[in-house]
Design a protein around this ligand. Sequence first.
Ligand code: HSE
Length: 299
Amino acid sequence: MVRVRVPASTANLGCGYDTFGMALGYYNIVAVEPAAGFSCTVRGEGEGRLPLNERNLTVRAAAAAYEAAGEAMPPLAFCCENHIPLSRGMGSSSAAIVGGIYAANVLMGEPLSADELLALATRLEGHPDNVAPALRGGFTVVAQEAGQLFCRRLPVPDGLRGVLAVPGFPVSTKKARAILPRQVELADAVFNLSHAAALALALAQGDLAGFGAMLNDRLHQPYRFQLIPGAADVVEAAIAAGALGCTLSGSGSTMISFSEDDDMLRDNIAAAMREAFQEHGVECRILFLKMDNRGVCLF
Ligand code: HSE
């Protein structure tokens, strides 16, 4: 049997739309083993809702890995233990894909390289910024050039912590992408470009205050905040409570704040985020997380 652990992830980090990702210390477990016949079970998030046949995303991803390696997929038993909430901007679909292709690659004797796994996962997901941290851990940057992916990662400094406010309602990534404008102002493009470059350099230098200060965005958040009542107030409240920064996690609905101070996260920032959401009638679950620097691994 192959048993793998896959981290959740937060994509975009504000200014890095479809580019930046960070792996979160919060995991799904996928176990896959050869069996007399195909089977699939899902426990936890998505139980009773996710398909248990060949349309299951983890199963489809495993099948795609076998196909990419030119091998026929044998009958396999899949067991998905899901902790990552669905459609909340925490990379649940990327975790499902990465779990499937990674487990399949191990079962085949690892014919696919790390770059091939990333390319395959990106093709299945449609964008690279959640699958890259799910595969490699840490902070990842992915650019596409001449049809090839260029991925670089940095380990996240140990002291960085996140608090996530996870609303009770989902946001469909498809819808959250469809509402974005096709064209943007040059000034907004420059704002994001400068913030993204500065954010990556700040993180590389271990400057967490600089990292937090650069989490702002003008390309997607202003539009997506229309789908998430109270989101702009959550950012303001979190920063007023001492957060290094606060941003939409992926395409939402989750908001994520960062801090180096555990007490401040628990006592001030989480409460401020929860109250700001409550003022708009939004109930949320709070998660305190470390970042993950390992990525998907055998478990
Ligand atoms: N970059 C993607 C988006 C991430 O913002 O649509 C989705 O989680």
